[in-house]
Design a protein around this ligand. Sequence first.
Ligand code: CS2
Ligand code: MG
Length: 402
Amino acid sequence: MKITDAKVIVCSPGRNFVTLKIYTDQGIYGLGDATLNGRELAVAKYLEEYCIPALKGRNPLNIEDIWHYFYRGVYWKRGAVTMTALSAIDMALWDIKGKMLNTPLYNLLGGKSRNKVLVYAHSNGIDLDHALESVAQELDKGFKAIRVQSGIPGLDHTYGVAQKGEKYEPATKGLPREDFWDTHKYLNWAPKLFSKVREHFGEDLLLLHDVHHRLTPIEAARLGKELEPFHLFWMEDAVTGELQEGFRVVRQHTTTPLAIGEVFNSVYDYTTLISEQLIDFVRMPIVHGGGITHLQKVAAFASIYHVQTGFHGATDLSPINMAAALHFDFAINNFGIQEYMPHEEIVNEVFKINYRFEEGYMYIDDTPGIGVDLDEKAAQKFPYIPASLPVNRKTDGTLFYW
Ligand code: CS2
Ligand code: MG
């Protein structure tokens, strides 16, 4: 079997997506998600200029060798753009292999370890009342696990909170919007928010929260400690993850479980965090973390240290990533939870999906490979629109983490 060609499809059904399509001499093609929110064309160009020419002629079944060709064989290693491109190649090759063997991807990953995949929803509100209303709405949809974010009294925009009635999409057209941040206000507010949520919805609901990289280790330690009475399923991205050992401070002060890594892109971002058991969940998604091939190794490494997966699954990762993640979630033993922000209906005009949500869990069908297809004609109706993620400043103007 040989790779004959490949191309990158950039489209914007409601938001931008980048997809790699790899063709073979047996008429089978594979699809890989290459979406990197706000940096879509960087990945597209990297694939077109530096990857596709080197893919042609290779045997697509030699996934491990091709993975190392585009990892070890690349002098300027790692990084979000390079690893998203590699992840897309890897997903497309696994898709081809599943189609060739006429079996769904999970069967190539060890088969099913469970018959349904627990997912969590996003709730958010510009104030407490709207946040509680949003939790109730997600509960009504059947979710058993809900991530709660809310506006912070005294601050206009903040991560994760849509303006009244809008669907939350972080990227805005053109240059980055500037948000403003006040750690003191946030730290005083978050425990009140979760106290009210528990008061309203009881103890059974699995609650998650995303700090979104905006605390120092000792601030995160304080928040983790103050959230302990509300028994969160996890506190995510408590601190920016470049300094892995920074999490030692958080870990020694709180039992609130910790999740990190949606912005990570290789196992090397996790070596201290996992081997010192400083975290409880790996968030690094298949689309940015080196694909199925690399996440298999990361999940195996994590399983030795009681760490589970909790993959990123926001709407700025395409349905191809979601399906690949679900296959992976079904197969591995140390699965924790899967983030699931349903894509808007318009996305389904382009991506033909093979998964469904029911009463808090996800299911995937037995379509061979990853199982999602892309309608290229429909994709052409939605041309790329330049968009950027926000930039965050403290109220004194200091540039901060968003
Ligand atoms: C968030 C994301 O889903 C999450 O946990 O951190 O929504 C993140 O802000 C976006 O993926 C950024 O594009
Ligand atoms: Mg997050």
